[in-house]
Each structure stands twice: as C-alpha cells, then as structure tokens.
Design a binder for this molecule. Sequence first.
Ligand code: FES
Length: 163
Amino acid sequence: MNDDLQKRIQAALANPQNLGELAGADAVGTVGNADCGEMLRLWVKFKEQNGKRVIDRATFQSFGCETAIAVASLATELIRGKTAEEALALKTEELAGELGPLPPMKIHCAQLVEGALRSALEPAAVAKPAPAPIAPTGAPTLLDSFSQPKQGVKLTFLDDPKN
Ligand code: FES
C-alpha cells in the first residue's frame, strides 16, 4: 500500500464517523469475507424529507480491518440524505470517497462495505423490521451479536472474485 493511501486511511481512522450500533434502525445488513475473516454490520435509519424517504443516519461495526473501517466511515457519511435507491447506485470506488483508488488487495475491504449496504438496503431488507437491540445488558459488540445470532439478521458471505 502506498504512503499516501496509508495516510488517508490513518486520517479517516483518527476520527471514525458513525461507529457503533444504531438504536431504532430501520434496516441492518451484515456481510463477511471468509478469506480474511472480516465481518461488517451496517445499520440504517430513514426519515421523510421533501416527500422522499431518505437515509437519516447509518452506522457500522467491524472486527477491525483498517481499510474497511475507513471506507465504512466515509460511506456512512456519503449516503446521508440519499434514498435507498440512490445509495444502492453508488459504486465501490465512490463509497471509498476521498481514500481514492485502492490497491487490488484492498478492494475487497470496500466491497465488504458495499455488500453490507446492499444487504441492508435491498428491497426485501428494507421491508423487514430491524432485529431487536443487541445485548441490552452488555456491550453491544459485533462479536456479541455474531455469537448470539438474532432472528431477522442475515449474514452474507461475499463472493471472492478470485474464485
Ligand atoms: Fe479483508 Fe480488509 S483485509 S476486509
């Protein structure tokens, strides 16, 4: 990874946006990558604005891949104010925003964020209610929620483009 990209990732990580579970979310998407073991969950809440249902807020949790966190931080800001259709129309490289082009070995990190967004926003997911809040008596970590799967949460493993 080049130094410039590393600096942009570190800048995003220094002040990550929208980290953590979102209470009262309207949709939740969870994806995993079997090769590197990373998982990412994205929560989305909508609001009515000018007669349209737009994304009010989106948050995420991940197991710790720096690139995935940086992309998720930027992407959750980028999709605010967009309809689900507009957010779904964004390409992987657009979600990565100011990080710029990612090296081939890191593209799957951004695709993980895109996959979580699709999992949350595709019509069937938007229509179903969000799962109950995770671990009401403990720290609501992603690991907790994967250890105790909740009804209504779908975990999707992304296809590996190498296969
Ligand atoms: Fe796999 Fe980043 S290394 S998601």
